[in-house]
Design a protein around this ligand. Sequence first.
Ligand SMILES: C[S@@+](CC[C@H](N)C(=O)[O-])C[C@H]1O[C@@H](n2cnc3c(N)ncnc32)[C@H](O)[C@@H]1O
Length: 250
Amino acid sequence: MSEQFYSDPKLYDRLFPGGEQAVSFYRAEADRHGGSVLELGSGTGHKLIPLASDGHPCVGVELSPAMLAEARRKAGERGVVVDWVQGDMRELDLGRTFDLVLIAANSLLHLHEANDLVDCFRSVRRHLAPGGRLVFDVFNPSVRMLARADGVRRRRDALSFVDTDRGVVHVDVAETYDAAAQVTRGSWYFSTESEADFMVAPLDIRSIFPQELPLLVGLGGLRVVERYGDWSRAPFTAEAALQLCICEPD
Ligand SMILES: C[S@@+](CC[C@H](N)C(=O)[O-])C[C@H]1O[C@@H](n2cnc3c(N)ncnc32)[C@H](O)[C@@H]1O
């Protein structure tokens, strides 16, 4: 797992400020399906805080206590009510159902074993109200990108950001791809001019290939009914960046 990567939520929020297109997409899905929303792997609340501010009763389930605490702080600061719960998306039983379940921003890819993914989809199935939907986004694996993961540490200029306490933070990443596990194993190095490698964190991310995705969803008792390739709902194709899936109970 990648707990250390999520140990500094403020750094996470600067690194991944949360895409507006993604928030708009999930807002539209919440309006389309109406009612209550459960997010699994809710992080610092990028998706759930806007949905709760739209008036949806929201529950966020998150493994990392640090991410959960930051989500709670941000929601409180904005005067938004969300029920934040520490839990594991593979073995959740809240004893209630929801109209919409979200798993956003590749959170599913922290589950590496096929059985973990199936257990997660079963968790979702238990929490879906009649007519409810699961909506999730994961990247579409590019074999060209996976083949470039040669273990060499390189700077990712596009990921540099400004931290209020530290100043400009540069990010280097070294990755290898474990083809048997379908997992990209990365080390992320965070540095400033004065403090090299002030944080070094592993981040291991699975790939879910397009043909296996509906089978895993199906083993969890769900069915993929729509799959898009980007936030504008363009059709899913080989070159698509995303697999943006809408699923219903089978
Ligand atoms: C990439 S972040 C996405 C956060 C949020 N969904 C967003 O859109 O910004 C993935 C989150 O999933 C959480 N996570 C990883 N494994 C989990 C698990 N088994 N159960 C619940 N949360 C998990 C991580 O701690 C992290 O906060």
